[in-house]
Design a protein. Structure first.
Length: 263
């Protein structure tokens, strides 16, 4: 495993405009309302802070910091709206950069796709299952579309959505998407079920089982990287073999699949 560090630097015309030191100064000025106090908090001299802010203000399309000289009422400094947005943008890029470094050390991370990286390291939803894949087919019907998603391994899942959603999300063959499925929408069987009951049936093996008095959460491994979790009532498991490493089918309907993507 390679333990890399990366310093995010923004440049204009080949000259440094913002870097971690300057962004830390902007944050400190925002927190203290003063260039001198901000410089102390950022661990740099007042002159270095003043020169850095003057340089950024002079080269920016809009000032980043406004200041008033001291006097009877005292002086002060504040970030402009553009300055606040620059700091927010820098923090966003820093998070994306950090996800990229994490992905480098994860063989299952899809480095070709920002959506895939976000789904693995950042995307948080109430849906227990988040499966990254690529659209391999779209079947159009009169009132809805059936979107077929190829996962990392051999598995495919289908999602039933309105044609309007297909258009709004700009879905097309080859586009990366994340399929979201709630745990209670998935059930498990030892044998394949009727396609009329479940049009998604993923064959895998049981990796983990957690039980309480009324239900069980069953984690089904689908290969090297993907897995799904089913939340099943204990009464529904009476005739199902649910031992670790048992072959099992995770079944759910295409209407229970939500598609997320980046347009």
């Amino acid at each position: 495993m390679m333990d890399f560090d990366a310093l995010l630097t923004l440049s204009t015309n080949g000259k440094t405009f913002a870097n971690p030191r300057r962004v830390a100064l902007l944050k400190a000025v925002h927190a203290t309302g003063s260039i001198s106090q901000g410089a102390k908090q950022a661990g740099i001299s007042y002159k270095a802070a003043f020169d850095a802010i003057k340089d950024m203000n002079s080269r920016s399309q809009e000032p980043l910091v406004t200041s008033e000289k001291g006097g009877k009422g005292g002086g002060g400094a504040a970030l402009t709206h553009f300055g606040e947005r620059l700091v927010q943008m820098y923090e966003l890029l820093d998070k994306i950069q950090d996800m990229g470094l994490k992905a480098l050390n994860d063989e299952n991370a899809p480095l070709h796709s920002l959506l895939g990286i976000m789904s693995k390291f950042s995307l948080q939803t109430s849906a227990r299952n988040q499966l990254f894949g690529t659209i391999c087919d779209i079947q159009r019907y009169e009132l809805h579309d059936l979107v077929i998603i190829q996962l990392a391994g051999k598995h495919r899942i289908s999602a039933t959505i309105t044609h309007g959603s297909t258009v709004r999300l700009q879905l097309a063959i080859g586009k990366d998407v994340v399929a979201l499925i709630k745990g209670p929408s998935i059930t498990v069987f030892n044998e394949q079920a009727s396609k009329l009951d479940y049009d998604n049936q993923l064959k895998g093996t049981i990796k983990a089982i957690n039980r309480d008095k009324t239900s069980a959460e069953i984690t089904v491994g689908l290969g090297e990287s993907d897995e799904v979790c089913a939340l099943v009532d204990n009464d529904n498991l009476i005739e199902t073999n649910t031992n670790i490493n048992t072959q099992i089918y995770a079944c759910f309907h295409s209407t229970q699949v939500i598609i997320a993507t980046m347009c």
